[in-house]
Design a protein around this ligand. Structure first.
Ligand code: CO8
Length: 374
C-alpha cells in the first residue's frame, strides 16, 4: 500500500468576464422583448409578464459578482441567450480538451512531472461535450500520456469523486500517478433565459496531480482520507441527452433540457447533509473542527458556505480559513472547490490540516482530508 498525495494543481480561467450589471442588462432586454412580443396574451391574462432581474438580488442571494465564460457575445445577445462556439473539425482539439489542457499543464508543472510520469487521466465534470470517444482519452492523447483514461460525471462532486478514484488506485499500486481534470462549460447547460438561475454559473477548468507521496518533488498535500456519498434527488436536474429525438413531443428546446433546480429546497436539504458528512468523516479520522486550518468548500452560495463553515469549525471561520472564490467565478460546478484549493493553499505550514468538500446535484457530497508537507 502507498500513501497518495496531491502534488500539483492548476486553474484555467477564460479571458471573457460578464459582470452582474452586464448580465442583468441583457436579461432585462430579453424580458422586455418577450413581453412586447406577447403583449396581447399578457393583457388577456394568458401569460405572466417576465419580471426584471437585479444585481442587488444576485449579490444578496448568492454572493456572486461576476463570472468568466468561454463566449460572452452570445450569452449577452437578447436574441440568442446562450454561448456561441465555432464548429470545430474532428481533427482539432475539442473545447473541453483545450480548457483541460491549460489547467493540466499548470498542475503538471507545479508537481514537477512530465507526461511519461502519469498512468491515468480522469476527466471528471458535470457534462461532456460529446458521448464518445471519452474526453479523457483525447486529453491523454494531446498530452502524450500512456496508460488509460476515462470520463466520469457526478455533477458538482465530480472532482472530489475523481480524486477518491485516483487516490484509491495510487494506494493499491495499480497506478503510480494520475491527472484529474475538471473542464466545466456550465454556460452551455445553464438556462440564461430564466431569471431564477441565469446568474449562477461560469466556465473554468481545474486539474490535480495525484501520486505516491514518496514520488513528490516539492511541497505537497498528503491525502489522509476521502469520503463520497450520494442520495437521489430531483431538485437539481437536466433532462437533455441522446434520447431527445426519441421523445414523442419532438421538442428540441424544452426548459428541462437545461439546468433546473429548486434552489430553496437544495439549500435547506444540502446544508445539514454536508455538515453531518464532514463531521462524521473528521470524527472517524480522530479530527475535530479545531484541527482544521483550512476548508475549501464547493462554491455555489456564500450563505451556504458560511453556515457549513460555522457548523464544522464551531465558530465563524476567518475568510482566509474558508476562502470563497464564487464572487469572481460564480458556481463552476465541480471545479469550484479545486479553484479555492489551488489559489489558497501554498501558504500553509508543515502539518496543517485542510479539507476539500464538494456538494451538489445527485445529491452528491465528496470530502478529501489533506495534510500539508511544506
Ligand atoms: N432578480 C430579482 N429577483 C429574483 C431573481 C433575480 N434574478 N431570481 C429570483 N428572484 C425573486 C424570486 O422570484 C422570489 O420572489 P418572491 O419572493 O416574490 O417569490 C425571490 O426573488 C426569492 O427567490 P428564491 O427563493 O429563488 O431565492 P433564494 O433566496 O432561495 O436564492 C438561490 C436563490 C441563490 C438559487 C439559492 O436558493 C441557492 O443558492 N440555493 C442553493 C443552490 C445550489 O447550491 N445548487 C447547487 C446547484 S450546482 C450543481 O449541483 C451542479 C449542477 C451541474 C452544473 C450545471 C451547470 C449549468
Amino acid at each position: 500500500m502507498h500513501t497518495p498525495a496531491i502534488t500539483g494543481s492548476g486553474v484555467f480561467t477564460p479571458d471573457e468576464i460578464i459582470t452582474n450589471a452586464e448580465l442583468v442588462e441583457a436579461y432585462n432586454a430579453y424580458a422586455d422583448r418577450v413581453n412586447a412580443e406577447n403583449a396581447t396574451t399578457i393583457a388577456a391574462g394568458g401569460m405572466e409578464p417576465l419580471a426584471h432581474s437585479s444585481d442587488e438580488f444576485i449579490v444578496k442571494a448568492s454572493g456572486i459578482e461576476r463570472r468568466h465564460v468561454m463566449n460572452k457575445s452570445g450569452i449577452l445577445d437578447p436574441s440568442v441567450m446562450h454561448p456561441l462556439f465555432r464548429q470545430r473539425s474532428d481533427d482539432e482539439p475539442s473545447l473541453m480538451a483545450e480548457m483541460a489542457l491549460d489547467a493540466a499543464k499548470k498542475a503538471l508543472a507545479q508537481a514537477g512531472k512530465q507526461p511519461e510520469d502519469i498512468d491515468l487521466v480522469i476527466c471528471a465534470a458535470s457534462n461532456m461535450e460529446r458521448a464518445y470517444p471519452a474526453m479523457a482519452i483525447e486529453i491523454q492523447d494531446l498530452l502524450g500520456i500512456e496508460g488509460f483514461a476515462f470520463d466520469m460525471n457526478v455533477a458538482c462532486s465530480s472532482a472530489t469523486f475523481g480524486i477518491q478514484a485516483a487516490a484509491d488506485m495510487v494506494r493499491s499500486g495499480s497506478i503510480r500517478a494520475a491527472l484529474v481534470v475538471n473542464p466545466e462549460i456550465c454556460s452551455g447547460h445553464l438556462e440564461w433565459r430564466d431569471r431564477d438561475c441565469h446568474f449562477i454559473f461560469g466556465d473554468v477548468a481545474t486539474a490535480t496531480v495525484i501520486e505516491r507521496m514518496e514520488d513528490a518533488s516539492g511541497p505537497f498535500f498528503e491525502i489522509l482520507s476521502t469520503r463520497c456519498a450520494t442520495l437521489f434527488s430531483n431538485n437539481i436536474r437536466n433532462n437533455n441527452g441522446f434520447l431527445r429525438r426519441s421523445r414523442p413531443d419532438g421538442v428540441a428546446d424544452r426548459r428541462d433540457m437545461q439546468f433546473m433546480q429548486n434552489g430553496r429546497k437544495v439549500f435547506k436539504e444540502v446544508v445539514p447533509m454536508v455538515s453531518a458528512h464532514i463531521a462524521d468523516h473528521m470524527a472517524d479520522k480522530g479530527l475535530e473542527g479545531a484541527d482544521l486550518t483550512r476548508m475549501w468548500l464547493h462554491q455555489a452560495n456564500k450563505s451556504m458556505n458560511d453556515l457549513i463553515g460555522k457548523k464544522v469549525m464551531g465558530r465563524v471561520p476567518d475568510p482566509q480559513e474558508q476562502p470563497n472564490i464564487l464572487q469572481e467565478y460564480a458556481n463552476t460546478s465541480s471545479a469550484g472547490s479545486i479553484i479555492a484549493f489551488s489559489q489558497n493553499s501554498e501558504d500553509m505550514a508543515e502539518g496543517d490540516i485542510g479539507l476539500i468538500c464538494s456538494f451538489g446535484a445527485g445529491y452528491s457530497v465528496g470530502s478529501v482530508l489533506l495534510r500539508r508537507h511544506a
